[in-house]
Design a protein. Structure first.
Length: 394
């Protein structure tokens, strides 16, 4: 039976939220001086022990000692031309651009709290004032701490953001990421930028970014460990990741810590594995369709943004057209994102669309008529292959 305060909190969670160190104490409105002492001397439970273990393990054994061939490349900066020539399909970390941002020079936990303490932000399934989230973030023992992941932070915080050197601009994409074909959607664009704040152990289990987009993730304060794998029709998903045939459902261990305990060693020795730590003032590139897991190594503040470079136009079109049931982030009044995108692409970049259609027709022909041997090499023997028309993922 809860207290009157707890009952009121359950009816109206936004009225006043005070984090009291645990979910039970918060719900029952118990002060730290009235925490119950439960005798567990004769309690033995694997079901209770596993989450407790995952909430206590050190991340160091998993995030240090990265083999040289697994390390994500680190660069100072890249031009757009260099990115398009050599790096669109490769993860990398840039060490220089973020350090020029106003938010990098000004933001920390104290500054954010002083300016935005009463502003409501989304932390996974709950909407909390920033001061309530910080109270939780700095005093919890959860196996999977709640992750503040807010898509409307620019408006909530009144930030000035553009693709160039605007006056009082909070941040702007690094030069190599400014090419973004999803800007053609204008105000109908799907969700594409987020403020991310979380304590140690918070993060995201294995996933691919939405709508076949690429992404950059910039660390303002703290540090993040990344482990990544390429994806294609011929490659299995990362160890411990199970995907439905149409890739609409992804099953992984319940928490990041559980995946690390169970599958990290196997993953580190798997082909294509890349790992790295993105430190304060650095930004990481996630290519379209790459699997990635990320975990905060300490309290971390970051900004991430999704984009579609010309090199990945095919993947984005293919996703919008052939996986419409998996398209996400659009407002409910945007009924046909694929047709809308193609219409605006034709209007703004007609030559690019013609080139894309030509490449698509060539790929379809090669899937109908191809030459192969038992080992996959071409041997000049004609055969028909009626395969799925969906292009292979990157």
């Amino acid at each position: 039976m809860g207290s009157p305060e707890a009952d009121e909190l359950s009816r109206n969670p936004r009225k006043e939220f005070l984090w009291r160190g645990s979910w039970r104490s918060t719900y029952l409105n118990l002060s730290t001086s009235h925490l119950p002492r439960v005798d567990c001397s004769f309690l033995f439970s694997d079901g209770l022990h596993r989450p407790f273990l995952c909430s206590q393990i050190s991340l160091d054994p998993f995030t240090k000692g990265i083999p040289p061939h697994n390390q994500i490349p680190r660069l100072g900066d890249l031009t757009l031309a260099e990115f398009n020539t050599s790096w669109t399909n490769r993860p990398f970390i840039l060490t220089d651009p973020v350090k020029l941002w106003l938010v990098y020079q000004e933001w920390n936990e104290e500054v954010l709290l002083s300016k935005y303490k009463d502003v409501i932000f989304r932390a996974e399934a709950v909407d909390w004032p920033l001061k309530a989230y910080f109270e939780y973030m700095n005093n919890n023992i959860d196996e999977s701490p709640l992750y503040l992941f807010d898509r409307d932070f620019v408006n909530r915080m009144g930030l000035v953001v553009s693709d160039g050197d605007g006056e009082n601009e909070a941040y702007c994409p690094p030069d190599c990421f400014v090419e973004d074909l999803f800007t053609l959607f204008g105000d109908e664009r799907p969700d594409y930028r987020w403020l991310i704040i979380g304590p140690e152990r918070s993060g995201s289990t294995f996933h691919k970014d939405p709508n076949a987009t690429s992404a950059w993730n910039a660390v303002i304060r703290g540090s993040k460990y990344w482990i990544m794998f390429p994806s294609s029709a011929s490659l299995p998903p990362p160890p411990g990741v199970f995907v439905s045939d149409d890739q609409s459902e992804v099953t992984t261990p319940l928490s990041i810590a559980e995946w690390l305990l169970t599958f990290h060693g196997q993953a580190r020795n798997s082909p294509g594995c890349l790992e790295g730590v993105c430190y304060e003032g650095e930004v990481l590139h996630v290519p379209s369709c790459w699997w990635h897991l990320v975990v905060n190594l300490e309290t971390t503040i970051a900004i991430t943004q999704n984009f579609v470079p010309k090199a990945h136009l095919s993947s984005a079109i293919n996703f919008l057209k052939n996986k419409s049931n998996q398209v996400s982030g659009f407002r409910s009044d945007v009924q046909d994102p694929y047709s809308l995108f193609m219409e605006r692409l034709d209007k703004r970049f007609p030559e690019l669309l013609k080139k894309q259609e030509k490449m698509s027709n060539k790929r379809k022909w090669e899937k109908v008529v191809y030459f192969n041997d038992e080992d996959g090499s071409r041997d000049g023997i004609f055969s028909f292959g009626f395969k799925d028309d969906i292009d292979d993922e990157v």
